[in-house]
Design a protein around this ligand. Structure first.
Ligand SMILES: NC(=O)c1ccc[n+]([C@@H]2O[C@H](COP(=O)([O-])OP(=O)(O)OC[C@H]3O[C@@H](n4cnc5c(N)ncnc54)[C@H](OP(=O)(O)O)[C@@H]3O)[C@@H](O)[C@H]2O)c1
Length: 342
């Protein structure tokens, strides 16, 4: 049967990585996007050789990534690349009229913050044009931009839990964020910490109180509320492949807060947020674009518990939702909702 829906051609750059594979999986069956360009560092390989799980499902040439060639065939480019590499592609692609969803940190932060925590920025002029890709908060701006800075995985889960409470938090006291992630959050390159022998049957904190996602959370809380919160963030690595859970602790100004009522009202029209009346588990959001949230108040103590799949809601499915919005499609087109349970 003739398929008469016009599809928008897209590029996946960084297709050999973890988020790149998730992008391919989502885009293969997407009703309005067509994979027109697949790139990594060297190219010269087929997708099913890179990812044997795609054998008999999808087959395409993986090319040495080239911005000019991408612009000839694609209208939207997903950059699943390390920071710094991403901006070198984004800069050229935007000039050539290609819309960009960048999964790296390159356009998420204000210039000073970025350069303090990452490196010198080589595309300063595009920073003010970028929109932070958290659809629940920036949907209207995402519609009108050519450059989405897809949020970090930890900031996605943390901010979706905390932002509804900004008016109630007592900013005189610190906020503590205890985060746990599966190992895919670190990307495919193996290190001492992500080595099977180090992480299996183990758990440990890394970069406590100095992880790069701490300034991202702080900056976005300030942009949203106008307040300078004292954010303290400690991530941990778990011996699992995917999933992230956040436990945030803070003090509110007054007793008697009903946190679930606040969350339900705040997210009443949001299909990708699920509010629970009991502490959540990580696996129920694994394989989906949902952010699951529970919250509880005792006196002035507020506890917020949120979970996402880091390589979906924390990166690739959020990126596809952002591209849907940028292209005027329904936001949840091709977005996964069934969890990998059991
Ligand atoms: N993993 C997560 O949970 C997660 C969540 C949110 C955001 N992110 C961000 O998303 C980005 C990708 O993360 P990831 O975990 O998917 O990383 P990854 O597994 O390490 O993959 C990185 C990809 O980038 C490609 N690449 C590197 N340099 C390149 C170049 N010069 N030209 C073309 N391709 C190049 C690699 O290709 P080769 O195989 O050829 O080297 C690989 O395909 C990062 O910025 C990361 O911080 C990741």
């Amino acid at each position: 049967m003739k398929n008469d829906v016009t599809k928008t051609p897209v590029a996946v750059i960084g297709a050999s990585g973890y988020t790149g594979l998730e992008l391919l999986k989502l885009l293969i069956t997407h009703p309005r996007f067509d994979i027109a360009y697949i790139g990594n560092t060297k190219g010269g390989i087929r997708t099913e050789e890179l990812h044997p799980s795609l054998k008999s499902v999808f087959s395409g040439d993986v090319l040495k990534s080239d911005a000019n060639e991408i612009a000839k065939v694609a209208k939207v480019a997903f950059l699943a690349l390390p920071h710094k590499t991403s901006m070198s592609f984004a800069k050229k692609l935007l000039k050539l009229g290609v819309k960009v969803v960048d999964l790296s940190a390159d356009y998420r932060l204000e210039l000073d913050t970025y350069e303090k925590y990452y490196c010198e920025h080589e595309d300063r002029e595009n920073i003010p044009n970028s929109v932070y890709g958290l659809p629940e908060f920036y949907r209207q701006k995402i519609k009108n931009t050519s450059l989405v800075a897809n949020p970090g995985c930890y900031p996605t889960a943390t901010l979706l839990g905390i932002l509804p409470f900004c008016d109630f938090i007592d900013e005189r006291y610190p906020i503590f964020i205890d985060a746990k992630s599966g190992v895919s959050g670190a990307g495919k390159k193996c290190s001492e910490k992500t080595h099977f022998v180090s992480i299996d049957e183990n758990i440990f904190a890394y970069n406590p109180l100095m992880h790069r996602h701490e300034p991202e959370i702080k900056e976005k809380m300030k942009q949203f509320s106008g307040k300078d919160f004292d954010v303290n963030f400690v991530p941990h690595l778990l011996p699992i492949i995917r999933g992230e859970m956040i436990d945030s602790y803070m003090l509110v100004k007054e007793e008697g807060l009903n946190p679930l009522e606040i969350l339900r009202e705040f997210y009443k029209n949001e299909p990708n947020i699920r509010i629970y009346e009991y502490p959540i588990d990580m696996k129920s959001s694994s394989g989906t674009n949902f952010c699951d949230i529970f919250a509880k108040v005792v006196g002035k103590k507020l506890y917020i518990n949120s979970a996402i799949d880091n390589i979906l809601r924390g990166s690739s499915s959020q990126a596809v939702a952002n591209a849907n919005i940028m292209c005027g499609f329904e936001e949840n087109l091709g977005i996964p909702i069934i969890a990998y349970v059991p």
